[in-house]
Design a binder for this molecule. Structure first.
Ligand code: KIV
Ligand code: ZN
Length: 511
C-alpha cells in the first residue's frame, strides 16, 4: 500500500475566507479535531500575515504532536524567517513557500519576469533549507502556467531542497484529466520529481475540486490539500470528507493507495468547524449534510429496507454518524449519558463530562426527549467560552415585546459577588436585550459580523442554537448560546462574545 497524505488547510486557506475567521481557542479546537482525524499535515496559518496568525501557528505547533505543522510563506526572506519562528517548536515543522508561475500572475501581480521568478525560487528554497529539511514549494496558479516554464521552476525548487512540490489549481480552472496529465508530465520531465512528494491543491470554482484532486492522484500525486467542509477562498477548496470518502469507497479505482484518516472522526470534525463559523451544512452536502443518508422516495425506502446496499454506497457509521436514535430523558443517569457520548465518539475529561451532564439535566426538564443532536450540541457548545471565567454571567432577564409597542428588556448579570441590572428599549426583543447587556458590560465599539439562529433538531421544543461574531480591532470574538428559548440563547451568545472581547481589551489596553 502506498500512502496518500492528507494536508489540511482549514486553518489557513479555509480561515482566510469571509465569515470563517476563528480566534486562537477555536483554532486549537480545530487542530485537535484534525489530530484525532489523523491528517498528515496541518497548515496552521500564514504566520507573517498578522500577530494573531503568528500566535496561533506557534500555539498549534506546540500543542499538536502527531501531525506535521506547516506555515505558509511568500518567497521572501522575511516571510520564511517568520514562518520558521512560528513552526520551529513543532514535532515535525514544515515551511510552505509559494510564488506564482502563470504569465498573468507574474506580469500583473508580481511584476517579475520568468527568469526573476526562477532566481527567486532557487534563492528562497535554499534559504528555507537553512532551517529545515521539510520544505514544500507551491507554484501558484500552476494550472494556468506554461508547462515548460513550470517544469523549470519545479526542477530549480527540487535542486535547492524542496521535498514536496505542490501544483495548485488556484482559480479552480482545470479538469480531472488535465490535472492527471499535468502531474504525469512533471513526473516524466523533471529530474528527481519521483523522489519528492507531488501534491495537488484544488479550488472549487467550477465544482470540480474533489474530482481534480483525484485526477492528480491518478497521475501520481501523493499529497492532497483540502479543508474540512470544503471551506476556502471563493467557492472553497477540495473537501476533506468528500475526497477521503471517495477513495475509501472506490478502492478499485485507487488500488494500492490509502490515507491514514480515521473516517469515524469526520462528522465530529465537520460539526465542530460548522459550529465555530456559525454555519450549518447545506442539507444535501455530501457525507455530512442532514439528508446525506436519508431515503425519501417510496421506491428507495423499499429498496433500502430489503437491502441497504440498494441505495447506500457508504454507511453513516463509517463517518461517525450514529443513526440508532435511542432517546434519553430525565430518568437517564450519568452512566447512560456517558456511554451514549462514547458511542457517539466523544471522550470527555471528567470536568467536561460534569459540565455536559449538568446541562443535559437542565435540558431534560425543558424537553421530554433528548436525542443525539441535542447531546452533540451540548457537548460541542461547552468549554468554548474564552474569558468567561472571570466574566459576566446571566442571572435573569425579562423581555416585553408586542407588535404595537417598543420592546423593553430588563437584564440582571452577575460577576462573582457583583450584580448589576439594566433596563433598555430596543428595536425588537434582541436589540433591547443586547442594549441592556452593553449598558452593564460596556464593550468597546464593535460591529456584528454574524448573528445567526438555528435549530438543533426538529420539533417546536427544539434547542435553539445562536452564534454571534463581533468584530473589533481587526479581530473576531465569538459567542454561542444554547437554549430552548431563542431569546435566552441569543443573550447567552452575546454575553459570551462580549466577555471574550472584554478579556482581550483588558489584556491589550496598553497596545
Ligand atoms: O490556491 C493557492 O494557490 C494557494 C497557494 C498559496 C498554495 O492557496
Ligand atoms: Zn488555495
Amino acid at each position: 500500500m502506498s500512502q496518500i497524505k492528507i494536508f489540511d488547510t482549514t486553518l489557513r486557506d479555509g480561515e482566510q475566507s469571509p465569515g470563517c475567521s476563528m480566534n486562537l481557542k477555536e483554532k486549537l479546537e480545530v487542530a485537535k479535531c484534525l489530530e484525532r482525524l489523523k491528517v498528515d499535515v496541518i497548515e496552521a496559518g500564514f504566520a507573517i500575515s498578522s500577530p494573531g496568525d503568528f500566535e496561533s501557528v506557534s500555539a498549534i505547533a506546540s500543542a499538536v504532536k502527531d501531525c506535521t505543522i506547516a506555515s505558509l510563506a511568500r518567497a521572501t526572506v522575511k516571510d520564511i524567517d517568520c514562518a520558521w519562528e512560528a513552526v520551529k517548536h513543532a514535532a515535525d515543522p514544515r515551511i510552505h513557500l509559494f510564488i506564482a508561475t502563470s504569465p498573468v500572475h507574474m506580469e500583473y501581480k508580481l511584476k517579475m519576469t520568468p527568469e526573476q521568478v526562477l532566481e527567486r525560487t532557487a534563492a528562497m528554497v535554499a534559504h528555507a533549507a537553512k532551517y529545515v529539511h521539510n520544505i514544500e514549494f507551491s507554484a501558484e496558479d500552476a494550472t494556468r502556467s506554461d508547462v515548460d516554464f513550470l517544469c523549470r521552476v519545479v526542477d530549480v525548487a527540487i535542486r535547492n531542497g524542496a521535498t514536496v512540490i505542490n501544483l495548485p489549481d488556484t482559480v479552480g480552472y482545470t479538469t480531472p484529466a488535465e490535472m492527471q496529465q499535468l502531474i504525469e508530465t512533471v513526473l516524466r520531465r523533471v529530474d528527481g520529481a519521483d523522489r519528492v512528494e507531488l501534491s495537488v491543491h484544488c479550488h472549487n470554482d467550477l465544482g470540480m475540486a474533489v474530482a481534480n484532486s483525484l485526477g492528480g492522484v491518478l497521475g501520481g500525486a501523493r499529497q492532497i490539500e483540502c479543508t474540512i467542509n470544503g471551506l476556502g477562498e471563493r467557492a472553497g477548496n477540495t473537501s476533506l470528507e468528500e475526497v477521503v470518502m471517495a477513495m475509501h469507497t472506490r478502492p478499485d479505482l485507487y488500488e494500492g493507495l490509502e490515507t491514514r484518516i480515521d473516517t469515524t472522526q469526520i462528522y465530529r470534525a465537520s460539526k465542530t468547524v460548522y459550529n465555530i463559523i456559525g454555519q450549518n451544512a447545506p442539507l444535501n452536502k455530501p457525507i455530512v449534510g442532514r439528508n446525506a443518508f436519508l431515503h425519501e422516495s417510496g421506491i428507495h425506502q423499499h429498496g433500502v429496507l430489503a437491502n441497504k446496499k440498494t441505495y447506500e454506497i457508504l454507511t453513516p457509521e463509517a463517518v461517525g454518524i450514529h443513526t440508532q436514535e435511542l432517546v434519553l430523558g430525565k430518568h437517564s443517569g450519568r452512566h447512560a449519558f456517558e456511554s451514549r457520548l462514547q458511542s457517539m465518539g466523544f471522550n470527555l475529561t471528567p470536568e467536561e463530562l460534569e459540565r455536559s451532564f449538568a446541562e443535559f439535566k437542565v435540558l431534560c426538564d425543558k424537553k421530554k426527549a433528548v436525542d443525539d443532536a441535542d447531546i452533540e450540541a451540548i457537548v460541542t457548545h461547552s468549554a468554548m467560552d474564552e474569558g468567561a471565567e472571570n466574566g459576566w454571567k446571566l442571572d435573569w432577564f425579562a423581555v416585553h415585546t408586542t407588535n404595537f409597542t417598543t420592546a423593553t428588556s430588563t437584564m440582571a448579570l452577575k460577576r462573582g459577588e457583583e450584580k448589576q441590572e439594566a433596563v433598555c428599549l430596543g428595536d425588537g426583543p434582541i436589540d433591547a436585550a443586547f442594549n441592556a447587556i452593553d449598558q452593564i458590560m460596556k464593550p468597546v465599539e464593535h460591529t456584528f459580523e454574524l448573528y445567526r439562529v438555528g435549530s438543533v433538531s426538529q420539533g417546536k421544543d427544539t434547542l435553539g442554537e445562536v452564534s454571534v461574531k463581533l468584530k473589533a480591532r481587526e479581530r473576531t470574538f465569538t459567542g454561542r448560546g444554547l437554549s430552548t428559548d431563542i431569546i435566552e440563547a441569543s443573550i447567552l451568545a452575546y454575553i459570551s462574545a462580549v466577555n471574550t472581547l472584554n478579556a482581550y481589551t483588558e489584556k491589550h489596553k496598553e497596545d
